[in-house]
Write a protein that binds this ligand. Structure first.
Ligand SMILES: Cc1cc2nc3c(=O)[nH]c(=O)nc-3n(C[C@H](O)[C@H](O)[C@H](O)COP(=O)(O)OP(=O)(O)OC[C@H]3O[C@@H](n4cnc5c(N)ncnc54)[C@H](O)[C@@H]3O)c2cc1C
Length: 559
């Protein structure tokens, strides 16, 4: 039997395109059928769903991606090699074409067969998952996507679409209309006017003009493999850290779980440039990377993920419960985990919404930081998210002005961040100061702020403002179904006891007491930042997601 080298002993290419040993191939045979292939055979195409997995016993094949000018070669496979990337696990549409170049015999395994094998066989799971993730990363870094985004760095909708694709780890080609001279030819080819930007071209065919994220998701078939008619064990609403953790534990423990996410998985943590206090990551981890890992992990165990759809209503009178989506579709589940978190507060500043994405941002990730290299920026807020953003932006911006409403940071920010901020010459703190005006044309050009200790206002030629001033729970879709506090945070477990003074007597309908994290609706749980008494940490959100699944099992076992 061959020994499997440790990952560190392999370079990235070898890990992305490993050659399976005879013993490993032997373990795949029972789940496969033998297929004789000849040169020119097309085994899969972009847009295909439920593409089978192939292992080459003899012969060869190439993986190419059709583009507007023909085909680009991505990889070649020889005996012992295997096909597939992350769509094998997510069930989303295939991105590439697989063509046989040398006659031979391949093992063919249906997509579902591969997914159950990955859940069973630890060694093969590690080889395949690592290869699939690395292949997806290679597609992203080389821009080998089945989608082209043509836009402008000055356009908020371009930023929205690029963030949506990046945060869903979907590879795409970006054409910057401000700098790319040849793009005019492309625009004319598809009869697109400049005012239609961003333009999204899916699979070289469908042209979307300034589409909604939902239209992009539909065009790329992100949710195509989800059966919406079945009654599931569990629906998880919201894919921030708490929802993703719930998905990993639910799926790994055999529950039939679906996660529904308004936008892209990752939640607030996904907008964090670096989370430094999450256990196990001593050098920190970008929120988006943490989310991407969690998505792959949840999908590996069989969780289904629906993106770009909001739950707008919970029908809670009868069981199974039903959730209503923004497109009117209704899905049923025996239990629900609510993990809809919180959304950024928007301070009452005139023109704020006019400049959103065009100078005003609510997250500070790599993408936003690239928009303000060597320029002055403002960070509004005195909490940990504002502190992190200031430290992160100080690495690329010329100067970071941090505007804090109160007179100190010590009540609201972790001590390690306060030290980094006060010792950083590129960050200037302005206490008791708030923005009173935003001005500009298409983009933000000037900011007025007022020092409330002196009453003095001053105008600054600054084009980038990062608002990080707290968040409110996203529970508007639950009104009338679960008990909440006066701010809309969901009450769970002991909070539902009338002795707390938070709820009237008899809000809980069963003779047994509510379980920890259980809402006033039996079998419906709330986790993370949406819950009354939450501690606003990734670790606690993840922990609650995991605990909730233990409690879901109990609730499902009830008569
Ligand atoms: C910039 C920033 C930096 C941070 N840094 C740190 C840090 O370093 N360390 C730390 O411990 N914590 C940090 N936090 C806090 C941490 O990110 C949150 O505590 C954590 O993300 C909460 O997770 P959650 O899953 O409960 O909710 P959220 O992260 O808020 O996720 C909720 C998800 O639900 C989705 N959703 C909402 N409504 C619906 C609906 N109706 N239908 C479908 N989906 C819906 C949202 O789109 C979102 O994706 C930071 C927060 C921010 C904003």
């Amino acid at each position: 039997m061959s020994t499997w080298p440790s990952p560190s002993a392999l370079d990235a290419r070898t890990q992305a395109f490993p050659i399976l040993t005879e013993t490993q191939i032997a373990r795949l045979r029972p789940a496969s059928k033998l297929r004789k292939v000849k040169p020119g055979d097309i085994l899969f195409q972009p847009d295909d769903t439920e593409v089978p997995f192939f292992v080459l016993l003899s012969g060869s094949m190439e993986i190419v991606q059709p583009d507007l000018k023909g085909e680009r070669l991505i990889a070649t496979h020889s005996p012992g090699g295997f096909t597939g990337e992350i769509t094998m696990i997510s069930g989303q549409r295939c991105l590439v074409r697989g063509r046989v170049t040398g006659a031979g015999e391949f093992l063919e395994i249906p997509a579902e067969g591969l997914r159950s094998l990955v859940a069973r066989d630890a060694e093969l799971s590690e080889i395949f998952m690592r290869a699939f993730i690395l292949r997806r990363l290679a597609l992203i870094t080389s821009g080998f996507g089945n989608v082209i985004v043509m836009g402008s760095r000055h356009c908020a909708d371009t930023l929205r679409i690029r963030e949506f694709l990046s945060r869903n780890t979907h590879p795409y080609t970006y054409i910057d209309l401000d700098t790319d001279k040849t793009s005019q030819e492309l625009l004319e080819r598809f009869d697109v006017k400049t005012e239609d930007v961003p333009v999204v071209i899916c699979n070289g065919r469908t042209v979307l003009r300034n589409p909604s994220t939902q239209e992009v998701a539909d065009c790329l078939g992100f949710n195509v493999s989800i059966d919406q008619s079945q009654v599931r064990d569990l629906i998880i609403v919201g894919a921030g850290p708490s929802g993703l953790a719930a998905a990993v534990y639910a799926a790994s423990e055999g529950l039939d779980a679906l996660v529904i996410e308004t936008d892209t998985p990752g939640g607030q943590a996904g907008s964090s440039s670096k989370i430094e206090n999450y256990l196990g990551f001593p050098t920190g981890i970008a929120g988006q990377e943490l989310a991407a890992r969690a998505i792959a992990q949840a999908q590996k165990f069989g969780a289904k993920m629906m993106v770009a759809h909001s739950v707008v209503e919970l029908r809670c009178k009868n069981r199974p419960y039903h959730v209503v989506l923004d497109n009117g579709n209704v899905l049923a589940a025996r239990s629900i985990v609510i993990s809809t978190g919180a959304q950024y507060n928007k301070p009452p500043i005139a023109n704020l919404s006019r400049f959103e994405g065009q100078g005003v941002y609510y997250g500070a990730t790599h993408m936003e930081s690239q928009l303000c290299v060597n320029e002055d920026v403002i960070v509004v807020g005195g909490g940990n998210s504002a502190g992190q953003a200031a430290v992160f932006l100080s690495q690329s911006a010329r100067k970071v002005h941090m505007l804090v409403r109160s007179g100190s940071l010590s009540d609201t920010m972790s001590r390690y961040l306060i030290q980094r901020i006060t010792r950083n010459p590129a960050i200037e703190l302005h206490y008791k100061t708030e923005i009173t005006g935003l001005e500009g044309g298409r983009e933000l050009e000037r900011v007025t702020w007022r020092d409330n200790s002196t009453g003095e206002s001053s105008i600054h030629d600054i084009q980038h403002v990062f608002i990080m001033s707290g968040a409110s729970p996203r529970t508007e879709w639950l009104r009338g179904c679960v008990a909440m506090d006066d701010k809309g945070f969901i009450l769970t477990g002991r909070d539902l006891d009338a002795s707390t003074g938070l709820v009237p007597p008899s809000v809980w309908p069963l003779p047994r007491a509510p379980q920890m994290l259980e809402t006033s609706l039996p079998g419906v749980f709330a986790v993370g930042d949406v819950r009354y008494g939450n501690v606003k940490r990734v670790a606690s959100a993840v922990g609650e997601g995991a605990i909730a699944i233990y409690l879901v099992h109990r609730a499902l076992a009830e008569p």
